[in-house]
Ligand binder design. Structure first.
Ligand code: NDP
Length: 286
């Protein structure tokens, strides 16, 4: 795939011209650059991809050439663009989440669950992700607490039934986590039961892992002026393709996937975007 940039790194205020610009450095982004892969980043570079660091702060998709503003003061003009900016897991905003990042706090049970084999963990959330992660962890861990802020689950009936029928999941209804504690990693969580009511109560649970499953925010803000998204902000693609509503602009990975969010599904959609972008380039150069 032709991903030449043919120019030097631009200075502030300068414009760079490329054939294909990929925004994002996860599995979708690197797969779009190389199509197949082993060690994503190294392999993408070996295939001629130029890797630049910066934040896409704005775009202008009105012209035939698509323009992306990097760090508010550099410009890249591209014939085609692949948006692979991912989605960011939401956190509760507790100081302890930062303190114990990588030391017991995680937002991905399928990535980190393995480290908690036969241990006790908690999952925060009441949606399908929380239900799915709790049941996944229940298969690995000794005990799983599901911390739910209301007295109902938002998850589908099928997922609710799965959670209820898993004996080593305990649902803590109307509980909210307010802190974590531990010497060299998470050893427990402090919760408030029935917060804001006269029956409010502090509860402590002993856990080794604290998993957040309270939703994700797709990183699509910079593109929303031109690109159609759903109500949460996930980029809408034409089903079965990586095409967005703007010709020549494609989306891959978690920024367009509210459901699967796995490295392999992101990589698969990155491959689709690479093929779609290549076909687009050959059509416009006819
Ligand atoms: P959701 O937005 O559906 O659920 C988020 C959950 O987190 C809610 O229960 C919400 O509580 C809770 N929550 C949010 N903020 C806080 C907070 N500050 N403190 C405590 N709890 C909080 O996100 P999901 O990631 O679960 O799902 C996203 C989409 O993906 C949904 O459409 C879902 O159906 C879909 N999905 C489908 C799957 C499947 O079909 N297998 C698997 C995974 C996801 P409350 O309910 O009180 O608002």
């Amino acid at each position: 795939m032709d991903l030449e940039s043919g120019s030097q790194k631009p200075a502030s205020g300068e414009t760079e011209r490329v054939r294909c610009l990929i925004i994002g450095s996860g599995p979708a982004g690197y797969t779009a650059a190389i199509y197949m892969m082993e060690d994503f980043k190294k392999q993408a570079a070996r295939f001629g991809t130029e890797i630049r660091f910066g934040i896409a702060t704005d775009v202008d998709f009105t012209g035939k050439t698509r323009r992306v503003v990097i760090d508010e003061n550099k410009f890249v003009d591209a014939d085609t663009i692949i948006i692979a900016t991912g989605a960011t897991a939401r956190y509760l905003g507790l100081e302890a989440e930062q303190k114990y990042a990588g030391m017991g706090v995680s937002a991905c049970a399928t990535c980190d669950g393995f480290f908690y084999k036969q241990k006790d963990v908690a999952v925060v959330g009441g949606g399908d992700t929380a239900a799915e992660e709790a049941t996944y962890l229940a298969g690995l861990c000794n005990k799983v607490y599901l911390i739910v802020r209301r007295n109902v689950l938002r998850a589908s009936k099928a997922m609710q039934a799965k959670v209820m029928n898993t004996p080593n999941i305990t649902i803590l209804w109307e509980h909210q986590a307010i802190d974590l504690y531990g010497e060299n990693g998470v050893e427990g969580a402090v919760l408030v039961k029935k917060k804001g009511t006269p029956r409010e109560e502090i509860v402590k649970i002993k856990i080794d892992g604290f998993f957040l499953a309270i939703g994700h925010t797709p990183n699509s803000d910079a593109f929303k002026k031109f690109i159609d998204t759903d109500e949460i902000g996930y980029i809408r693609t034409i089903p079965g393709t990586s095409k967005t509503n703007v010709p020549g602009v494609f989306a891959a990975g978690d920024v367009q996937d509210p459901h699967y969010r796995q490295a392999v599904t992101a990589a698969g959609s990155g491959c689709m975007a690479a093929i779609d972008a290549e076909r687009y380039l050959s059509e416009i150069s006819k």
